[in-house]
Design a protein around this ligand. Structure first.
Ligand code: PLP
Length: 395
């Protein structure tokens, strides 16, 4: 019997592909490859957080939290922002706890963007932003982050190119600092250039600061909302995933002025109702960890960065030195592969190391000779990957 099935897929869902990053994780499992693709740690989360989560469940914190986040967690977020950023934030009207920074970003866009509005995104970008723009009806305008000539140098944007992307339809700019995948940490001067354009064009900044505590080489994280004139037009996004090595907990948040927060809370409520209540309770404990926790975090990541950077360079890749986050972007042009996808397939199937094709961070074809490696892994994992990478040869 022949049945006719009409096209059941929405125009929006048809417009973007599955996450390449998460696909690479599945490929890594299939080939038993070392997974340097997806950014999740293969080491334990802090003991006190695991205990706090267990205790919260035992204490029956098992029902819905307040939809925009438990009081305790919001108080913790406000206190930490005061200590680290010198910001005064009202947890009653300016914070929304979400299911990860991922939900925080889509909820922020759905709350602020109308179909046809333009949203500026630096390219290469964390791949979710492309799909987020489509889901929210925004038209993305990409502005290049250029790789440095010297791989130890800084990725940069051209202020004239950025200015050319702003116009009266610009609703927001998405900023990710420290940046995935480049490791760039935006400087105060760069943020001031962005501020001037946001003010001139009355645009919002939606800032993903999920790697704020993972920094190298003495570089400082500057939260864009702390730049004069930005607090009233910034939605600051952060979360527990990276800072506390709990990517599976799905706890993130937004900090935004009350009118924006009210809109974000409405969207968030109907998207997910709320993040897991016992993990919010454990989150409040995490936010009270002493400053030494963050110092150790950065120091441990510095060792991992240097270990992988050395291994990638020894294998013949041009590896850009990241100043923050836990990824290394590389250039593979010297290996004479057709493109990044062919290179990564070979890397996974024949070398036994998984990475992410650079093209998944680009809208343009500029990523076709780039590949991203994650180093949020144990020293043994990175050493084993380094051994295997020795087998890489040019075609
Ligand atoms: N933002 C960036 C820049 C990321 O790299 C990631 C994860 O890799 C996320 C957000 C996801 O954050 P969350 O786990 O809080 O949803």
């Amino acid at each position: 019997m022949s049945t006719r099935i009409k096209n059941r897929i929405s125009a929006k869902a048809a417009l973007f592909t599955e996450s390449v990053i998460r696909e690479m994780t599945r490929e890594a499992l299939r080939h038993n490859a070392i997974n340097l693709a997806q950014g999740f740690p293969d080491f334990a989360a802090p003991e006190e957080l695991k205990l706090a989560a267990q205790e919260a469940i035992a204490a029956d914190i098992n029902q819905y939290a307040i939809t925009w986040g438990s009081r305790e967690l919001r108080a913790g977020i406000a206190a930490k922002s005061a200590e680290w950023q010198g910001r005064t934030i009202d947890p009653e009207s300016e914070i929304t706890v979400c299911c990860g920074a991922t939900e925080a970003m889509i909820a922020s866009l759905l709350a602020t963007v109308n179909p046809g509005d333009e949203v500026i995104v630096f390219e290469p970008f964390y791949e979710n932003y492309g799909a987020d723009a489509i889901l929210s009806g925004a038209t993305p305008r990409y502005v290049s982050l250029h790789p440095p000539e010297d791989p130890d140098g800084e990725w940069y944007f051209d202020a004239a190119e950025l200015r050319a992307a702003f116009n009266e339809r610009t609703r927001a700019i998405i900023l990710n600092t420290p940046n995935n995948p480049t490791g760039k940490v935006f400087t105060r001067e760069e943020l001031e250039v962005i501020r001037d354009l946001c003010v001139e064009f009355d645009a919002l900044a939606i800032t993903d600061e999920i790697y704020e505590h993972i920094l190298y080489d003495g570089v400082q994280h500057i939260s864009p909302a702390t730049i004069e004139g930005m607090a009233e037009r910034t939605i600051t996004i952060n979360g527990m995933s990276k800072t506390y090595s709990v990517t599976g907990w799905r706890v993130g948040w937004t900090i935004a002025p009350p009118d924006l927060t009210a809109a974000i809370r409405k969207v968030h409520d109907f998207l997910t109702v709320g993040a897991a209540a016992p993990l919010q309770a454990a989150g409040a404990v995490a936010l009270r960890l002493p400053n030494s926790y963050y110092e150790h975090l950065s120091k441990d990541y510095l060792k991992r960065r240097d270990q992988l950077l050395t291994a990638l360079r020894a294998a013949g890749l041009i590896a850009y030195r990241p100043r923050g986050a836990y990824y290394i972007m590389t250039n593979i042009a010297g290996f004479n592969f057709r493109d990044d996808v062919e290179f990564v397939r070979h890397l996974i199937a024949d070398i036994g190391v998984a990475a992410v094709p650079g093209s998944s961070f680009y809208n343009s074809s500029l990523g076709s000779q780039q590949v991203r490696f994650a180093f949020c892994k144990r020293a043994e994992t990175l050493a084993a990957a380094g051994e295997r990478l020795h087998r890489l040869v040019a075609r």
